[in-house]
Design a protein around this ligand. Structure first.
Ligand code: GLY
Length: 557
């Protein structure tokens, strides 16, 4: 189905960030959360680097220019299609050795409201530098130092602060003040990250110099490690020298499945995202094959997708956690017969009672994502995070980078929702060196072994909806990359009960139908999609207009 005229309408509403290509020859493309990372990645590929080289350079750049979520103090996932083979890199943070199941409970057994979200105690062992190192060892073409250098230069010489970043910094500082939180955040960002100012980060530049010159050792031992551990010890955090030297990034087998003739390559546990996308698309398909496809973004369509989402999140809460600690029933969860059976209970005319939707076998929302395709047709989908905007809100003093608050992605107490309203139990309980469950879902779709779509988004649990809808919007409803990133999206996750979170922009008729059925509508934006789409042999790339992303397609020389 083609949505006639939607493109023009969206361009009119939001402005155009997309870069449709007219080239039929070899091209490469990026869809990045900011202009700095986009330029760095394009330069790397112009110089003969592949998608992995570009990804490593972009990841380090975002640690400098996109401090809300870009990082060296956090972690992430990278989905890879390289030389016609699939791969997946897990550089998710791990709980420190002295972390324990009840570490965020007070004397009454209640979850402390902020300990897992703010300050040194909220941080897991960072995985980003180990992840980039592993990716470099296995796939890169250009030298490590070449790839770290652009970030280092931006930290040392400074960059002009975009208005949107300055706004986020000043709002964050206000929130810290209102909540009476002690933090060194404003010492690092307060006066310096103002609109248009040249923002230099000398401590971060020194850390990046050590990483450039000594690789892994430049972060996990020596001076950087000393700064991290000293900061932890002075501020109630747990990460020790031993934890840093024990951190490992892991190669895992991605989840791959067939959907409507496409091969979808996506995130395995400790992400919940890949299994969720497989279930979500499968359930929607099962219903559509019996009942037909409701019109795009109609009330019927939102209800159908929400009913499926309810079941996806029931399974997520029960069965998903770090596969190194908990046996995730992955095969059963993505089994087409199981998915079709789950779909049978979907009621197209009424909301299934939330309490009846049990597991069938059961997160500020920041994080950031980028998508890359190189001239050889390799692709990287990379989602990276320090959890909430600006992570734990504290900078590792001396090392100059923000620490993550990823520990909140664990289930601090069975049944008690985390920041993103997600509940969990045994599968995602805190244990030393365990990785916390994630929703990050960097995804690549192949058509006949060639890149069709590279997609991903930030947004806590809403990531799964953004990714699922980007696939449905481009490959089922035939929207362009630009239309797909800017069309309104929605999200339903079992709890809060019968609540659909939705972007502004849905029609009155759609909203009236849903409220008439009993849904509560929570109109708030979420996510920041960055997609690359191949149509008729041509690439187009788009970054959501509400963010500060940049998407570019270049013809290879
Ligand atoms: N911190 C968000 C996620 O990993 O899902």
């Amino acid at each position: 189905m083609r949505i006639i005229g939607l493109s023009c309408f969206i361009v009119f509403l939001f402005g155009c960030t997309a870069a449709p290509s007219t080239q039929t020859e070899s091209e490469y493309a990026v869809a990045m959360p900011d202009e700095f990372a986009a330029q760095v990645a394009l330069d790397v590929m112009a110089e003969g680097g592949n998608a992995i080289d570009a990804a490593i350079a972009a990841q380090f750049t975002l640690a400098v220019t996109y401090p809300e979520a870009g990082n060296i103090g956090g972690g992430g996932f990278m989905t890879i299609y390289m030389d016609n083979a699939t791969d997946f890199l897990d550089y998710r943070e791990m709980a420190p050795a002295t972390a324990s199941r009840d570490m965020y409970l007070d004397d009454n057994g209640d979850v402390h409201p902020t300990d897992s979200l703010f300050g040194a105690k909220a941080s897991g062992i960072p995985g980003t530098v180990a992840g980039m190192w592993q990716a470099h060892q296995k796939y890169a073409k250009l030298p490590w130092a070449r790839l770290v250098q652009p970030a280092l230069t931006l930290a040392e010489e400074g960059f002009r602060v975009p208005e949107k970043l300055a706004g986020r910094v000043s709002r964050y500082i206000k929130r810290l003040e209102q909540r009476g939180r002690e933090s060194n955040f404003s010492d690092y960002f307060g006066n310096a990250a103002t609109p248009g100012a040249l923002f230099k980060q000398p401590e971060l530049a020194a850390t990046l110099t050590r990483i450039r010159d000594h690789g892994l050792a430049g972060f996990y031992s020596g001076e950087t490690a000393d700064h991290i551990v000293e900061f932890m010890q002075a501020n109630g955090g747990l990460i020790s020298h031993e934890d840093l030297s024990n951190y490992v990034a892991k190669w895992r087998t991605p989840i791959t499945f067939n959907w409507r003739g496409y091969e979808i390559i996506t995130s395995p546990p400790p992400s919940s995202g890949g299994i969720a996308v497989a279930q979500w698309l499968g359930m929607v398909d099962a219903v559509v094959s019996n009942n037909g496809l409701p019109p795009y973004n109609s009330g019927h369509y939102l209800h159908l997708v929400s009913e499926a989402g309810k079941r996806v999140f029931a399974d997520r809460a029960e069965y998903l956690g770090d596969p190194d600690f908990f046996t995730v029933p992955q095969t059963q969860l993505v089994d087409p017969d199981y998915i079709a059976k789950r779909a049978q209970a979907i009621n197209l005319n009424a909301i299934s009672p939330t309490g009846d939707v049990q597991p069938g076998l059961y997160e500020s929302e920041d994080t950031t994502h980028f998508s890359i395709v190189d001239k050889w047709g390799n692709a990287v989908a990379n989602t990276t995070t320090i959890n909430l905007s600006f992570g734990a809100g504290v900078v590792a003093e001396g090392a100059g980078f923000l620490l993550n608050d990823e520990m909140d992605d664990f289930s601090a107490k069975p049944g008690v929702p985390n920041f993103f309203g997600a509940v969990g139990g045994e599968a995602n309980a805190i244990e030393p060196y365990k990785r916390m469950l994630s929703s990050m879902t960097p995804t690549i779709v192949l058509d006949d072994n060639k890149i069709k779509l590279v997609t991903g988004s930030p947004g806590g649990t809403t990531i799964i909806s953004s990714v699922t809808l980007s696939i449905l919007n481009t490959l089922l409803f035939d929207l362009s990359a630009e239309e797909a990133v800017n069309s309104p999206r929605f999200h339903h996750q079992l709890l809060p009960k019968d609540t659909i979170r939705m972007h502004p922009g849905f029609t009155v008729a759609t909203k009236q139908m849903l409220t008439g059925m009993g849904y509560t509508l929570d109109e708030r934006r979420f996510g920041d999609l960055h997609v690359i789409l191949q149509q008729d042999g041509k690439l187009s790339a788009a970054s959501e207009a509400s963010g500060r992303g940049k998407a570019v397609v270049e013809k290879a020389q």
